[in-house]
Design a protein around this ligand. Structure first.
Ligand code: SAH
Length: 561
């Protein structure tokens, strides 16, 4: 409050400066001091410094306003030049005024840097259009200011935020998830957007009390308006930043048995938010990397990421699979193509637990394959000996190949995709497994299961690994009905003592609910069913503890008893 009044007293002087000439600093400065020519009176700028710093301290930065919860109307003073300023009260008005002031503050700042120590350099940077140099000078100028005012308490919100940086402030209480390191900022949590950030720009994030929370990538079109890069730290989001994240991910994978030096293996190297690069998935398939980017922040830095990836992995090629419809929600175009080295049209062959899989990174689902079911596939192999197996939603036949290697009597592979079934058949031959023990069926699983039921067919082991049925909270009910339907039918088809491995990759369907659905299906199928094992994500698909949404894959192994 003091600041506004204080500022008010000095306002006439500053306003005269601005009115004089919006663009030409020298002239305006000269008018302020009543002098002519390029000589600038130092005292005038010192006054401006003082006024400005006091103003910022007393309004935006200080906690006083937070303490009285911004409830008291603030004196309008000469700051509220237009009628649009007169209506709001409390905090929102401070911010409204701040926003109005940003261009003015920029000019005042320009005057401020006219202090002799930065004047020449700043003009040079201005003329050469060198943004970085300008930013460095801005930093220097504020350091200088801070030093000058260090006797008074330091504001926790830096003035440079409002003048030079792009920032967002959150509504009261909405800082909680950020304080717990959750990487998303929902649009409803955003109070103010300062400095016109563009798609993917890095913004500083502040709480309603002006506490700095971290740096985030801005997504103006998305429901998820920001994704944090850092928490409580003003790092540069640059090559070094991504290099460090990649190094950490590579080392972490290696410690879990996934080595980038192994030229046959396949695993997920970067698991988006869980590895610190929101919306970015990097999968390794032998010596080819397939990348999917779903968020604006990672999109802006993609070239840096690709360069670093090539450098660190010495891979043969990198293919970009940015063709998911989800990108449109972020305001991003769909795009695919080779971004580094060579990626042939022929499938790349990976070795998964000793089984060779042909992966089509260019046309296959997601980045080409479902790496996340590696452990579950191996378990099915162990359970298959002598059994009649039904592999529903088989895609390229993953579970089926393990069942064949495990010595199943017969495996039925069912999928709607002809291309996927073709690769599934190829996989059997490539691994020198018996084609006589496998039957491939191009069909809709919902219908196929009903057909089997009508023919009273039975199986010893059924795998249900459907695509994501729940895309949004709105269709959770519908998705749940889908899961119940197929599980009920599958339970009816199981022989006595038969097993069902059932999965859901819908993040919005939590394990508790999934288990309830399985219980309902068992009750409706009139079968006694026991849960004997649980499945989750393998170690190359880690879940950040702060980000429960990272846990999307779950499964149950149940048995009819
Ligand atoms: N189990 C596979 C991954 C399955 S992905 C693995 O381990 O690799 C889901 C598969 O379901 C896709 O191949 C898709 O083509 C198929 N699919 C989707 N809807 C289907 C339906 N209604 N009937 C049959 N297959 C379907």
């Amino acid at each position: 409050m003091f600041g506004l009044l204080f500022f008010g007293r000095r306002w006439d002087r500053i306003k005269a400066v601005q009115d004089a000439d919006n663009n030409r600093i020298d002239n305006s400065a000269n008018q302020a001091t009543g002098k002519v020519g390029h000589e600038v009176e130092h005292a005038a700028f010192a006054t401006i410094h003082e006024t400005l710093v006091e103003f910022i301290r007393a309004t935006v930065c200080k906690r006083e306003y937070a303490h009285n919860k911004y409830a008291q109307p603030l004196p309008l003073g000469p700051l509220s030049a237009g009628p649009e300023h007169g209506i709001a009260t409390g905090k929102s008005r401070v911010f409204a005024e701040m926003r109005q002031l940003v261009p003015d503050l920029r000019k005042i700042f320009q005057l401020l840097v006219c202090e002799r120590r930065y004047l020449e350099d700043y003009r040079h940077a201005e003329n050469s259009g060198n943004g970085t140099e300008k930013r460095v000078l801005v930093k220097k100028a504020f350091k200088h200011l801070d030093a000058k005012y260090k006797k008074t308490p330091r504001p926790n919100c830096h003035f440079s935020t409002f003048v030079c940086m792009k920032a967002i402030t959150l509504k009261a209480g909405r800082e909680k998830s950020a304080l717990r390191y959750h990487p998303w900022i929902f649009s409803g949590a955003v109070d103010e957007v300062v400095g016109d950030p563009e798609l993917g720009d890095t913004v500083e994030v502040y709480s309603y009390r002006s506490d700095f929370l971290g740096l985030a990538a801005y997504s103006p079109k998305s429901q998820i308006r920001g994704r944090f890069w850092t928490f409580g730290e003003k790092a540069n989001i640059d090559r070094e930043f991504f290099s460090d994240l990649l190094d950490r991910a590579i080392a972490a994978r290696k410690s879990r048995g996934f080595d980038i030096e192994d030229k046959e293996s396949a695993f997920r190297l970067i698991n988006a938010e869980n590895d610190g690069i929101p919306g970015c998935i990097i999968d390794k398939y032998a010596d080819i990397y397939s990348v999917e980017i779903l968020a604006a922040g990672a999109e802006v830095h993609r070239e840096t990421i690709y360069e670093l990836l090539a450098e660190k992995t010495h891979c043969k090629g990198i293919y970009e699979r940015c063709d998911s419809e989800v990108r449109r929600k972020e305001g991003l175009q769909l795009r695919t193509g080779v971004v580094y080295g060579e990626v042939s049209d022929e499938p790349v062959i990976i070795n998964e637990n000793g089984i060779l899989f042909p992966i089509d990174v260019k046309n296959g689902h997601k980045t080409g394959y479902y790496l996340d079911q590696r452990d579950a596939r191996r378990r099915i192999g162990e359970l298959s000996k002598g059994k009649k197996v039904l592999n529903c939603f088989c895609y390229t036949g993953g579970f089926g190949l393990y069942a064949l290697r495990g010595g199943c009597e017969k495996v039925y592979q069912v999928d709607v995709s002809k291309d996927a079934l073709k690769l599934a058949k190829e996989g059997i031959m490539r691994n020198k497994l018996s084609t006589a023990h496998a039957t491939h069926v191009e069909a809709d699983v919902f219908q196929y299961l009903r057909k089997c039921r009508d023919k009273a067919e039975t199986f010893d082991l059924i795998v249900l690994d459907p695509p994501k049925f729940v895309e949004s909270k709105d269709n959770l009910q519908k998705g749940a009905r889908g899961y119940k339907d197929i599980n009920l039918l599958a339970m009816k088809l199981l022989a006595e003592g038969g097993m069902l491995a059932t999965f859901s990759c819908s993040g919005l369907m939590e394990m508790d609910l999934f288990q309830k659905i399985i219980a309902d299906a068992a009750a409706d199928a009139h079968r006694r069913v026991q849960i004997i094992e649980r499945f989750g994500q393998p170690a190359d698909h880690p879940v950040n503890t702060a980000f429960p949404e990272g846990q999307y894959l779950k499964g149950l192994l149940v048995q009819i008893v």
